[in-house]
Design a protein around this ligand. Structure first.
Ligand code: LHQ
Length: 264
């Protein structure tokens, strides 16, 4: 599939996906959403990829749903079928990102608004440029958070912060995002791209299968009791115990050297 609204790049085991509508702060269209589903689906089946970086071209990360997609119908006094749109778009896209086996890092280079925040919180790790802002913009247009925003955001920043962000729609700047755990690192704008790439390159050297199982367990175990969580950990650990990377990890420890994981 030739992409029109995203670009992709591969550097070793790191795949970078760049939302590429800079003039519109990378607002999400149906085309962009379909392209993202396609590229994430391909990556999930490509064991040569061991880390994914998601970022935006230009000064924005993602301004959320492209509101002009519905402009004609609003101007005509009609109401678009938002639920049908969500099902075609975000209800396919967000699970594909969340369930990507490889670690996915959001490099939030600028403003993230509405579904743009949801994209960021669907990723496993968020780093922010000091120019980033996070805006739960839905309330500003009389809507509720969608695209997973009611499920993902409370899991990242906790219920009270998620509720405040979503009820006020006020921008959260990079420093505040760091304080509340919405980003785990903030970097100066001029070194941001390099710092994000370096992080992805480091993550790509880790035991990829263990990372895949870790993110799946953390997600699934949030909704189960301790007994079930322990059982799921045991099952996953038994699988990890058979991996080449586990053997390499313990061998490297015994030999007092750095491990060289292969993602196998
Ligand atoms: C945009 C957008 C945008 C189109 C900036 N669309 N062009 C799901 C299903 C159905 C319906 C609704 O929603 C959803 C999920 C959602 O995501 S709802 C939330 C949708 N997003 C928003 O409401 C955010 C709208 N944008 C803004 O509030 C501002 O643009 C922010 C605060 C993000 C950035 O402000 P500035 O830095 O001042 O930039 P700007 O406003 O000047 O924008 C630059 C350009 O990008 C401008 O185009 P132009 O041709 O005039 O230069 C904007 O119109 C365009 N743009 N967001 N969502």
């Amino acid at each position: 599939m030739a992409y029109r609204q995203i670009t992709t790049d591969r550097d070793g085991a790191v795949a970078t996906i760049t939302l590429n509508r800079p003039d519109k702060l990378n607002a999400l269209t149906q085309v962009m959403s379909d392209e993202l589903v396609d590229v994430f689906t391909g990556i999930a089946n490509d064991d040569g990829v061991r880390a994914v970086l998601l970022t935006g071209a230009g000064r924005g990360f993602c301004a959320g749903q492209d509101l002009t997609e519905f402009e004609a119908s609003y101007r005509a006094g009609d109401r678009p079928d938002i639920e049908a749109h969500l099902e075609r778009s975000y209800h396919r896209l967000i699970p594909v990102i969340v369930e990507t086996p490889q670690p996915v890092i959001a490099a939030v280079n600028g403003v993230a608004a509405g579904a743009g925040v949801s994209l960021a919180v669907a990723c496993d790790i968020r780093v922010a440029s000091e120019e980033a802002r996070f805006i739960q913009a839905f309330v500003r247009i009389g809507l509720v958070p969608d695209s997973g925003g009611t499920w993902l955001l409370p899991r990242v920043v906790g219920y009270p912060r998620a509720l405040e962000m979503s009820m006020t729609g006020e921008p959260v700047d990079a420093q505040h995002a760091l304080d509340i755990g919405l980003a785990t690192h903030v970097y100066p704008a001029d070194s941001f791209a390099r710092e994000a790439r370096d992080l992805a390159a480091r993550v790509a050297t880790l035991p990829t299968r263990a990372l895949a199982a870790t993110k799946r367990l953390m997600r699934e175990n949030l909704g189960v009791d301790l007994e079930a969580a322990l059982k799921a950990e045991g099952k996953a650990q038994s699988e990890m115990g058979q991996t080449a990377d586990h053997l390499e990890g313990v061998t490297a420890f015994a030999e007092k050297r750095e491990p060289r994981f292969q993602g196998k």
